[in-house]
Write a protein that binds this ligand. Structure first.
Ligand SMILES: Nc1ncnc2c1ncn2[C@@H]1O[C@H](COP(=O)(O)OP(=O)(O)OP(=O)(O)O)[C@@H](O)[C@H]1O
Ligand SMILES: [Mg+2]
Length: 502
């Protein structure tokens, strides 16, 4: 019997125009957490989808418990004990948590010779599972009432509910709070101690080093190698991922902020549980970071400023003049842009091309004779952005849903850069983006500041806030708990403010 639970050898897979996997390999031991790492578009999700039966590999072998494995769909995979929490979730918001977890495998009861879904059993089993995993939800609650991070926990419960022997987690923590990450890590350790093999994909280095036993690194669809996590430092991982040494994680902070450009006073939501009395200002050429824990209402605040939430009181001034923002159209016409946190829900147009997704917010700027779209200029705009952010796509016409998760995020970043806004609000701009591309995004943000634009950057990554922002506003429980700048911009100070009203 092999020492491995799973051996994937020389797996290749092509899509039109891309060789996503080129002899990729992965060997997973039972009772271990195995991190799978690589830059955006390296092929991590594709490799896992070949295992989970979403894609069929072109060539290569998979041995599972010593036997060749051939699954043709995700149902086969689940039956064989392989479960996956996918990077792009597909929740059914109108259905209960229980129905989402049991989707496709409802328990049935027979009555008068007919089959019915056994709702009672389904709800009871789900509740038992949620309780066992320390998830504070009601099985009958509609999934749509949960936040993005809570839905992600439900997705994890769903994977665990299958008593799987291999559990694949593709960026499970991208929208989880610190406490939820702890819950998840407890679940992972429990699964591991039960002999499960866990394949864990993440761009967060700290997490990888904390939770994993072994690390496999991929680059351009190829296998680079596997190492015990204890033998790797963050720098080693980065070097192996990008194939060269990255000396700086952040561009130098050269800035000389000018006049106050944007001012928010006493912004208060009508919802008492949301933000209240928020006042801040941003200067021309300044990058204002916004820190706080998940749930601090930062996203809600930014959406309200952008006109997406109308039940708000307070005042906004642009270059000293009061402006009224009742809808995103008002915001955009005042030169304000918002890069949203939730790319699947409100960011991407999946079936449209990369070009359409980049240009959609600036089409009006590309009219010829005010009537016809200047196709040539749009094509140039797209090419320029693909180059600038190194977006990995076979062509400008590729549907964005076929890009890797991180590359979709880069497209959204490009969309708002193309708009050339004066005030750019970015909510978690580098979520799911690899280290190399993060650096490129930081450089672009810094360049925009140097051109005199004002940037508001919401981020849950402390290092990113400290490394990129000129000044940081920290929020806790819907209120501003303080501002830090200069020598005060350190982890302890920010954490202290982030929990100050709790
Ligand atoms: N359904 C598809 N159709 C066409 N191309 C695809 C499809 N799925 C993935 N690709 C391409 O395969 C390559 C690998 O993508 P994959 O999603 O596996 O990357 P990844 O390592 O998971 O990246 P990320 O960290 O950004 O999630 C990319 O170039 C991507 O554009
Ligand atoms: Mg991926």
């Amino acid at each position: 019997m092999s020492e491995y639970l799973l051996e994937m050898t020389d797996i290749s897979k092509s899509f039109p125009g891309v060789k996503a996997l080129d002899n990729a390999c992965l060997r997973l031991r039972p009772g271990t957490v195995h991190a799978l790492m690589g830059e955006n578009g390296a092929g991590k999700s594709t490799l896992m989808k070949c295992l989970f039966g979403v894609y069929t590999r072109d060539s290569g072998t998979i041995l599972y418990e010593g036997e060749p494995l051939n699954v043709h769909n995700t149902h086969d995979a689940l039956v064989r004990g392989i479960a996956m929490v996918q990077q792009e979730l597909q929740p059914i918001p109108d259905r209960s948590i229980a129905e989402n977890i049991y989707c496709g495998k409802y328990p049935v009861k027979k009555y008068l010779g007919m089959k019915f879904v056994d709702h009672k059993k389904m709800n009871e089993d789900t509740q038992a599972l949620l309780d066992r995993l320390n998830m504070p939800f009601d099985a009958k609650q509609k999934l749509g009432t949960l936040s993005a991070s809570q839905m992600q926990l439900v997705e994890i419960a769903k994977a665990v509910s299958n008593n799987a022997k291999v559990v694949i987690m593709d960026e499970p923590t991208s929208s989880l709070s610190l406490k939820e990450v702890d819950t998840l890590f407890d679940i992972i350790r429990t699964l591991r101690d039960q002999g499960c093999g866990i394949i864990y994909i993440s761009h967060k280095m700290q997490e990888i080093l904390e939770i994993s036993d072994e690390v496999t690194i991929m680059r351009d669809g190829q296998y680079i190698g596997t190492w015990p996590a204890s033998e790797l430092s963050t720098d080693d991982i980065i070097t192996k991922m990008v194939g060269r040494e990255l000396t700086d994680l952040y561009p130098p902070k050269i800035s000389s902020p000018g006049e106050v450009a944007f001012e928010v006073t006493d912004y208060t939501s009508i919802d008492p549980k949301s933000f209240k009395d928020v006042s801040f200002s941003v200067r021309e050429g300044e990058i204002l970071g916004v820190g706080g824990l998940v749930g601090a209402q930062r996203t809600e605040l930014m959406e309200a400023i952008f006109g997406l939430r109308s039940h708000t009181t307070g005042e906004i001034k642009l270059h000293g003049k009061t402006i009224k923002i009742a809808s995103p159209t008002d915001a955009i016409s005042n030169g304000i842009a918002l890069l949203t946190e939730d790319r699947r829900g409100s960011g991407i147009f999946g079936v449209l091309s990369v070009e359409d997704n980049i240009s959609v917010a600036s089409l009006r700027d590309y009219l010829k004779f005010r009537a016809f779209l200047d196709e040539k200029a749009l094509a140039e705009l797209t090419e320029e952005n693909i180059g600038k952010l190194s977006i990995k796509t076979p062509s400008t016409k590729t549907q964005i849903q076929n890009l890797s998760g991180g590359n979709q995020q880069k497209v959204i970043v490009s969309r708002w850069l193309a708009k050339d806004p004066d005030i750019l609000i970015m909510d978690e701009p580098t979520r799911g983006i690899d280290v190399g591309a993060k650096y490129e995004i930081y450089c672009i943000i810094r360049d925009l500041a140097r051109e005199g634009k004002s940037i508001i950057m919401v981020s849950s990554e402390m290092g990113e806030l400290i490394g990129v922002a000129d000044r940081i506003m920290v929020m806790c429980d819907g209120r501003v708990s303080g501002f830090v700048s200069g020598d005060d911009m350190n982890q302890e100070k920010i954490m202290e403010l982030a929990v100050s009203f709790m």
